[in-house]
Design a protein around this ligand. Structure first.
Ligand code: C2E
Ligand code: MG
Ligand code: MG
Length: 415
């Protein structure tokens, strides 16, 4: 069984950000540090016997520091100062005070200028969008390749009834096992994919794969529901409803067995378009869940604009609730709000018995989290459903009044 491991994958974008952040020193401190470093490097070179003995790379440090702290003007000034100090002011050989060849130190000065100004450009806030764009395009190309090579797969995390422990549904979570890097965390590649059109391909892949797996599971439990996460770009895509309809029809899965999870960010990207799409999706019969509820700033601002079936209580409330009366009251409030809107509350990220008990006491009957089941591969998830059937359990996560028949075929389709 594949494990849901996480790696600390890094890219040069966060590193660049860290550099920019680390150099938000007060200007007198940054200026003094730059000057002290140049002087220190010069003295170290002299003490060691000349510029042949100490790497001129020492002089790049103040250039980079000044570039990220003071921008291109500071970078140019420091590069010239470092170039002169590492050049005409430092003999090749201290014993004979032999001057450095002009071409050597001029070449180095030019390199300092180029590096300094490049760093200044890259760390300028106004250029982050360009840097991020380049990064996103690279990640997007890698995801396209990963899709073609079958490196993407879908993990399924069970959602269980807190009282009985029965599995009611699964959340499909995209996974990427890179041949060299190993598992790439979704928190790293999904946001980059969301900023490029590749998210449509990833979304369609997860939807198709999850529905195919669900079709198989429904043989053991015909009330099971599969939840799939939807990004802002997918939701506002005019063809999204048709894509969902086609996927349901191809997998031969009734619409109410599919739940689409949306975050506040996905809805806020274009509220009127999101509301229109959500109404069309509900008319199709699929369930709608509000993911990470309470984590954003304006969850309540739009909740009255459309109907939702499931409200997923954000992990931050779940984790804070045990032993904290205020957080417990918050959880109680969210569960009551969900219920009064005719939705079902579902607690995310339950990791301990204490969290589960607080949620149960608050009237929340559904939960998801490492305590109840980690994301697992499709075969393991299907096995879980078969075992549940053998043990005599059955699931139900649907509202009685929703349509439950098969989906109409998309126009011009043949099965
Ligand atoms: P999410 O939809 O809120 O998914 C729940 C996340 O919480 C998952 O992380 C899951 O592994 C993690 N989780 C579950 N139980 C626990 C727990 O007890 N403790 C802790 N600490 N974490 C728990 P994951 O799989 O890394 O996904 C992160 C986010 O990436 C998801 O958050 C979702 O927003 C996004 N994502 C994942 N797959 C897809 C996808 O196919 N499409 C889209 N659009 N987004 C996806
Ligand atoms: Mg989700
Ligand atoms: Mg969530």
């Amino acid at each position: 069984m594949r494990e849901d491991r996480e790696t600390s994958g890094r890219t040069w974008v966060p590193m660049g950000r860290a550099l920019a952040a680390s150099t938000r020193l007060p200007w007198p401190v940054a200026g003094a540090l730059t000057a002290a470093w140049i002087a220190g490097a010069w003295l170290a070179t002299l003490a060691a016997g000349g510029s042949r003995t100490v790497l001129p790379h020492l002089f790049y440090v103040p250039v980079i520091l000044a570039a990220s702290r003071f921008g291109w003007r500071g970078a140019t000034l420091t590069a010239v100062a470092a170039g002169l100090v590492a050049g005409p002011l430092t003999p090749v050989d201290v014993a004979s005070w032999t001057p450095q060849p002009v071409l050597n130190w001029m070449g180095r000065l030019v390199a300092f200028l180029v590096v300094g100004n490049l760093v200044a450009w890259l760390t300028a806030e106004s250029h982050w969008s360009v840097v991020q764009r380049v990064h996103d395009v690279r990640v997007s190309a890698s995801i396209q390749r990963a899709l073609a090579r079958g490196e993407l797969w879908v993990a399924y995390q069970p959602v269980v009834e807190l009282d009985s422990g029965r599995v009611r549904s699964f959340e499909a979570l995209c996974r990427w096992t890179h041949p060299q890097r190993g598992p790439v965390p979704p928190a790293e590649f999904i946001p980059a994919a969301e900023r490029t059109p590749v998210i449509h391909r990833v979304g369609a892949f997860v939807l198709r794969t999850a529905l195919a797996r669900l079709a198989e599971m429904l043989r053991d439990d015909d009330r099971l529901v599969m939840s799939v996460n939807v990004s802002a770009a997918q939701l506002t895509d005019p063809g999204f409803v048709a894509t969902v309809r086609r996927a349901l029809w191809e997998a031969d899965v009734p619409a109410p067995r599919l739940c689409l999870e949306l975050t506040e960010t996905a809805i806020l990207a274009d509220v009127p378009a999101a509301v229109r799409q959500l109404k069309a999706l509900r008319a199709l019969g699929v369930l709608i869940a509000l993911d990470d509820f309470g984590a954003g700033e304006s969850s309540l601002a739009y909740l009255h604009q459309f109907d939702v079936d499931i409200v997923k209580v954000d992990r931050s409330f779940v984790a804070a609730a045990p032993g904290n009366p205020k957080s417990t009251r918050m959880v109680n409030g969210i569960v009551k709000l969900a219920t009064s809107l005719g939705a079902v509350a579902l607690a995310e990220g339950i990791e301990t018995d204490a969290e589960r008990d607080v949620l149960r006491a608050a009237g929340c009957h559904l939960g998801q989290g490492y305590l109840l089941g980690r994301p697992e591969d499709g075969a393991a998830a299907a096995q879980r459903v078969t075992a549940q059937r053998s043990a005599g359990g059955e699931g139900r996560l649907t509202r009685a009044a929703r349509p439950s028949g098969p989906v109409d075929p998309p126009r011009g389709s043949r099965r």
